[in-house]
Design a binder for this molecule. Structure first.
Ligand code: THU
Length: 138
């Protein structure tokens, strides 16, 4: 099943009573398994979580820490771009060449990559020489 179908399906489960903007995300791990997530809002607004964060959490909880493909879908006029925080979260688990498909429920799509979404990413190499670098993966 194409990743977009998983993203579309999980989007229906989003808990978004405040923004009424439902988002679905699907991630394929290196293991081939598809992990999904939806946005989960909270009456204390900053406590809400994005769809991408949910999918990443499901992937890590499933024992996978490398993603090879991403899809995000929402009911918007143009393909929904992941927020800045989610770009950094995706970059933690996928390289710059990982394909990201941004989609609308109406059928528009935009193909991009993690590298295009987050140029100049901050990564463990920037901590080289610090004691923190020794603890970083990869
Ligand atoms: N949202 C996501 O889940 N992912 C995105 O890429 C953009 C924004 C959610 C957060 C919030 O629940 C709602 O969309 C409106 O910002």
């Amino acid at each position: 099943m194409p990743l977009i179908d998983d993203a579309r399906k999980v989007r229906e489960l989003a808990y978004a009573p405040y923004s009424r903007f439902k988002v679905g995300a699907a991630i394929r791990g290196r293991d081939g398994v598809v992990y999904v997530g939806c946005n989960v809002e909270n009456v204390a607004y900053p406590e809400g979580t994005c769809a991408e964060a949910g999918a990443i959490a499901a992937m890590v909880a499933g024992g996978e820490t490398e993603l090879v493909e991403v899809c995000v879908i929402a009911d918007s006029g143009s393909p929904v771009p992941p927020c800045g925080g989610c770009r950094q979260k995706l970059a933690e688990f996928g390289g710059p060449d990982v394909p990201v498909l941004l989609a609308t429920t109406g059928g528009l799509t935009l193909s991009t990559t993690i590298g295009e979404l987050l140029p100049g990413r901050f990564d463990a190499a920037h901590m080289a020489g610090s004691h923190v670098a020794d603890a970083a993966p990869g």
